[in-house]
Ligand binder design. Structure first.
Ligand code: ADP
Length: 161
């Protein structure tokens, strides 16, 4: 059985993340979205909330699961019995970061392979941080996130008078 982990902050999960998860789900028997507990980012949603939103958003995809994790991604991958780490690429600008991280992960675990999948062009401009900024300013985000995330964002962001 082929297993991949798809790690990230997912603060919150977007349609871009779902696009990558769906692509990975066609390549691997099982995909485990790993919600990283303590990214060095300002978070809008805590780990429990990020996991719950991701779970609700992938509920229809039978071979995609969601779990929180702490510590090294390679350790998480090992614990899950995964053969690969999946990451998403939006543009060339993502590549440098992903390459650096993949090389470090390979140093930590020589058996670790990273599979980068390219997103649908319609999500190539979408990041969780930009999404939160637009939502904070009252912009329409309905096409960019799964329904449970849109609801959670509306609840979290104070109504603008
Ligand atoms: P991280 O903090 O690890 O970058 P993110 O939640 O921001 O976590 O992203 C997780 C992964 O999903 C990364 O590989 C990122 O490049 C990818 N990703 C983020 N947004 C998109 C998108 N719109 N389309 C495709 N991949 C994306």
């Amino acid at each position: 059985m082929t297993i991949a982990v798809y790690p990230g902050s997912f603060d919150p999960i977007t349609n871009g993340h779902i696009d990558i998860a769906l692509r990975a789900a066609r390549l691997f028997d099982q995909v485990i979205i790993g919600v990283y507990d303590t990214p060095s980012k300002n978070l809008m949603f805590n780990t429990k909330e990020r996991v719950e939103l991701a779970r609700q958003s992938v509920a229809q995809i039978t071979n995609v699961d969601v779990r929180p994790f702490t510590g090294l991604t390679v350790e998480f991958a090992r614990q899950m019995g995964a053969q690969a780490i999946v990451r998403g690429l939006r543009a060339v600008t993502d590549f440098e970061n992903e390459f650096e991280m993949a090389m470090m992960n390979r140093k930590l675990d020589p058996d670790c392979d990273v599979v980068c999948l390219m997103t649908n062009i319609k999500y190539s401009f979408l990041s969780s941080s930009l999404l939160k900024e637009v939502a904070n300013l009252g912009g329409d985000i309905d096409d960019l996130v799964p329904k449970p995330v849109a609801i959670a964002l509306r609840k979290r962001i104070p109504v603008r008078l």
